[in-house]
Design a protein around this ligand. Structure first.
Ligand code: NAP
Length: 326
């Protein structure tokens, strides 16, 4: 049995792991089988994480956080959690491999998952021109025409990145005002390869074997238009990954895991939540990291109040049962 298991591998999970490991809690981090490192693995340059004045590439930042956690004794498992049993003093974490790990505390930091447009052809053409990751797929669109859907920081970041490869990048937004930060907006407005299509929604994605175009509908007067395209990048935000805790953890009205005040405490004793999965508003790498720190400190305090016998079992220092003497 472990003292603490951390589910997730983004900035919140790794920061929680760094703090928990430094507090000698020997955390086990379930980092997922394919998507470890979280959303920053799919971004390009991160310019706003303090301590990196020249900027740092998202994947490099995550690798550094992981190394920092491992340096202090965090143990990583690259597997997916299939089921969580969070009630009671001893929590159980079931993995895809069939293994079941036990712990006295769980930090749930699973982040959020990309939203979909909900169009019939979106799924079918996923990987054939429809993508959620410019960093992953942008290079396939050299001298091509692509579109990015969305008006937030992600959409503008994707659009700006795609101008390295594509000749034309349409930015399709359903309003005429962007949600993205001023700095991102200014960079995109100054880029001659980005063409803004305001007050438009994508109603169709065309193409048999790969994307060949999109059908747009005006949100102002319903006018329909089409554009030829080679690629369509969806960047319309993300939803918290709460599926593993439905029916166990209380959710906030926004769909995130509900925590008490500024703490990471959920409705269940010994279960803490951190990062994008609790945050409907800020969703920054640095705020996720901060909330991971809070979760580790909360978990540490919780554990310090548990009976010594339980803690000794979790730390592997409990006296072993002795064989009966003859
Ligand atoms: P977001 O801020 O929630 O923006 C989502 C955008 O997609 C909005 O413009 C929204 O339109 C649009 N949208 C939502 N659903 C739609 C639909 N069904 N059809 C068409 N458009 C739709 O999400 P985000 O851009 O992924 O950013 C999430 C968070 O991460 C933000 O806090 C952001 O600041 C942060 N972030 C930061 C950076 C950075 O600082 N480098 C980079 C990326 C993300 P409306 O505006 O009309 O609602």
């Amino acid at each position: 049995m472990r003292q603490v298991i951390i589910v997730g591998s983004g900035p919140a999970a790794y920061t929680a792991a760094i703090y928990a490991a430094r507090a000698d809690l020997a955390p086990l981090v379930i980092a997922s089988s394919v998507e470890f490192g979280g959303e920053l693995m799919k971004t390009t340059e991160v310019e706003n994480f303090p301590g990196f004045p020249e900027g740092i590439m998202g994947p490099e930042l995550m690798t550094k956080m992981q190394e920092q956690a491992e340096r202090f004794g965090a143990e990583l498992v690259y597997d997916d959690v299939t089921k969580l049993e969070l009630e009671g003093e001893i929590k159980r974490v079931h993995l895809g491999s069939g293994e079941v790990h036990e712990a006295l505390a769980v930090i749930y930091a699973t982040g959020s998952a990309y939203r979909k447009l909900g169009l019939a052809d979106e799924e079918r053409l996923s990987g054939y021109g429809v993508s959620w990751c410019a960093t992953c797929d942008g290079a396939f669109f050299r001298q091509k025409k692509v579109a990015v859907v969305g008006g937030g920081d992600s959409a503008l970041e994707e659009a700006t990145f795609l101008t390295r490869f594509a000749d034309t990048v349409y930015l399709v937004h359903r309003r005429e005002e962007l949600r993205a930060s001023k700095a991102m907006q200014e960079r995109a407005f100054a880029d001659p390869k980005i063409e803004f299509l305001w007050n438009q929604e994508v109603a169709h994605i065309y193409g048999d074997e790969k994307v060949t175009g999109m059908g747009l509908v005006s949100t102002v007067d319903g006018t329909e238009t089409t554009k030829d395209l080679d690629g369509l990048f969806v960047a319309i935000g993300a939803d918290p990954r709460t599926h593993l805790v439905h029916g166990q953890l209380e959710l906030a009205p926004e769909g995130t895991v509900a925590v008490r005040g500024r703490s990471s405490m959920t409705n269940l004793e010994g279960v803490f939540a951190a990062g994008d999965v609790v945050d409907p508003s800020y969703k920054q790498a640095i705020t996720a990291a901060g909330s991971g720190c809070v979760a580790a400190l909360d978990a540490e305090r919780y554990l310090s109040e548990l009976p010594a016998e339980l803690l000794a079992r979790a730390a592997g220092t409990a006296p072993q049962p002795q064989p009966a003497s003859a």
